[in-house]
Design a binder for this molecule. Structure first.
Ligand code: RTP
Ligand code: MG
Length: 162
């Protein structure tokens, strides 16, 4: 193979790889059904909304965050006044953690769950239907592709993603 042909194959491989990464980006998000919604028996209702909206479940488990683990998960909010309350709440009972797949997953999932404060959440959104307050707001949704990846890996091993 001459030098020109070899370079052509290498560059084709790199370009196809980059296109694949671009197409894949944005198609996964990470969610948790928070302790308030699990306690109130809303797992089924919330999963129904998620699946009906076209999300595919890549990974899912009923699990528990210790205060230490909850603190680690929400470390970005460490300086916020509600951090202590948030950690206490998120470790107050079991949660459902899941990785979800759909085109435009991050944005579409944030639309599906509604505003952080359920009083401001659009009618029909998960938080409007199931959240109690700004603190106890039924579900978590990742806010970026990067964070979805970090949060998914926080809860799941690669062998648990399908
Ligand atoms: P999340 O990360 O859980 O999906 O929520 P979010 O993006 O809509 O809101 P964020 O600003 O990231 O806040 C994280 C969680 O902290 C609790 N919070 N409490 N008492 C308060 O003023 C207050 N503000 C936020 C909520 O549980 C919120 O979801
Ligand atoms: Mg957030």
């Amino acid at each position: 193979m001459n030098l020109y042909k070899r370079d052509f194959f290498i560059w084709s491989f790199i370009v196809i790889n980059q296109i694949t990464i671009l197409v894949m980006a944005g198609n996964r998000t990470f969610t948790m059904i928070k302790p308030d919604a699990v306690k109130a028996g809303h797992i089924g209702g919330i999963l129904d909304k998620i699946c009906s909206a076209g999300f595919r479940i890549v990974a899912m488990k009923l699990t528990y965050l210790s205060a230490e683990k909850a603190g680690e998960f929400y470390a970005v909010h460490k300086e916020r006044p509600f951090y202590g309350e948030l950690v206490e709440f998120m470790s107050s009972g079991p949660i459902v953690a899941a990785i979800l797949e759909k085109d435009n997953a991050i944005e579409d999932f944030r639309t599906l769950i509604g505003a952080t404060n359920p009083a401001e959440a659009a009618p029909g959104t998960i938080r409007a239907l199931y959240a109690k307050s700004i603190g106890e707001n039924a579900v978590h949704g990742a806010d970026s592709d990067e964070n979805a990846g970090i949060e998914g890996n926080f809860h799941f091993a690669g062998t648990e993603m399908f």
